[in-house]
Design a protein around this ligand. Structure first.
Ligand code: PLP
Length: 397
């Protein structure tokens, strides 16, 4: 019998870890590794946000805070959503968490349990599925279509509804494809979910990283018809380049927020106090820093797509948000060479010292994820190495 609880048999370690460990080993040998694996901004935290964190420390704001987060921060979150989306939430409909990940974990734990089916989509971020499993529910994972830009659509999600379905978990912009749920589709989905009594959890951790001013007012679309059954999970991590500070939030009906608060009171108590002060500055201060970072991501996205176009079989759907490119590598796979995208990523690291994340990590074998949260020079170098590697594989096949 296993020495671990039966719950742990359900939870897998992310396949992304293997590449990271190997990359660390190569770096220790002094090898110049091009790291396109990172799931976090390469920018420093904006100066006014860093200043608020420094001030919190200087003022000894280092004790426990209120369990659901400081009132100041919950009001700052409400302010940001009111400004950005025109939705109004009270402080007791918001809980501050240690990153968006904990907010999503609380959503899964408070809403889903044994006997429930919960629909989510792939390619997608693996944590969403693992959290549903940890909650004891059954994930039902639907595939989005590369020919439709991996768009998350009501048709594909609702097609999986059964009498046991309890909720739907959506991530838009999506990691790893950068695809979106459109505002129009969100309205359709909200209406259908309301008719069926389903919960909708929206992971909006990349909500500020959307290109070309594409309308994406999901909070409003869901709040208008499904407010009592919508849970929004957001984060300061990616928007304000403060992943390490661990600050996110969950917004939803009071009863769900209270349940999450009870859970958090026995778990982490409260999000880091210094991070909470930094997040207030981030959410209430000028958003110009966000626009600047977004513009730079867009330049990098377009440049990277241009460099990879040197190898036509490496085509990727143009991401509409987030900072990842997700090209297919099927054309370079063969039983005698690299049989899978996991093999492709392993050999790319070994031969060309480039870290990418294999599609297997996102339930989408045959692809690789490249993060363009890296400098232009790094991206240019990485793209050249990937193209060289892919051409060599094609020649060997
Ligand atoms: N949701 C998605 C899709 C992510 O990719 C991540 C982080 O990689 C998160 C949520 C959570 O980020 P954090 O816990 O840093 O807020």
């Amino acid at each position: 019998m296993s020495e671990l609880s039966s719950r742990m048999a359900l939870v897998g370690l992310s396949p992304t870890m293997k590449g990271t460990i190997e990359a660390e080993r190569l770096k220790r040998q002094g090898i110049a590794v091009v790291d396109l694996g990172a799931g976090e901004p390469d920018f420093p935290m904006p100066p006014h946000v860093a200043a608020a964190a420094h001030a919190a420390l200087d003022q000894h704001f280092t004790k426990y805070t209120a369990n659901p987060g400081t009132l100041e921060l919950r009001e700052a979150i409400a302010y940001r959503y009111r400004e950005d989306y025109g939705v109004t939430y009270a402080a007791d409909e918001i809980i501050v968490t240690a990153g968006g990940k904990q907010a999503l974990f609380h959503a899964a734990m408070t809403l889903f349990g044994p006997g429930d089916e919960v629909i989510t989509h792939r390619p997608g971020w693996p944590t969403l599925i693992e959290q549903i499993k940890i909650a004891g529910a059954t994930p039902v994972v639907v595939d989005t279509d590369p020919d439709q830009g991996f768009a998350v659509t009501p048709a594909v999600l609702l097609g999986a509804v059964t009498p046991r379905t309890r909720g739907i978990v959506i991530n838009s912009p999506t990691n790893p494809t950068g695809a979106l749920l459109s505002e129009e589709d969100a309205r359709v989905l909200a209406t259908e979910a309301a008719a069926r009594g389903l919960w909708v959890v929206i992971d909006l951790c990349y909500e500020q990283l959307i290109y070309g001013k594409t309308p994406h007012n999901l909070p409003r679309a869901f709040a208008d018809v499904l407010r009592g059954r919508t849970v929004i999970c957001g984060s300061a991590s990616k928007t304000y380049a403060m992943t390490g500070l661990r600050c996110g939030w969950m917004i939803g009906p009071k009863s769900v927020v209270q349940a999450a608060s009870a859970l958090q009171s026995h778990e982490t108590s409260n999000a880091n106090s210094i991070a909470q002060k930094a997040a207030v500055a981030a959410l209430t201060g000028s958003q110009a820093c966000v626009a600047d970072m977004l513009a730079e991501y867009q330049r990098r996205r377009d440049a990277l797509i241009g460099w990879l176009a040197g190898e036509p079989h490496l085509r990727a759907v143009t991401p509409r948000g987030a900072f990842y490119l997700f090209p297919g590598v099927q054309a370079f796979l063969s039983p005698s060479g690299c049989a899978t995208s996991m093999d492709f990523a392993d050999r790319l690291l070994r031969d060309e010292h480039v870290v990418v994340t294999p599609g297997e990590a996102f339930g989408a074998p045959g692809h690789i994820r490249l993060s363009y949260a890296a400098s232009m020079d790094t991206l240019e170098d990485g793209a050249a190495r990937i193209v060289r590697f892919a051409r060599r594989l094609a020649a060997e096949a």
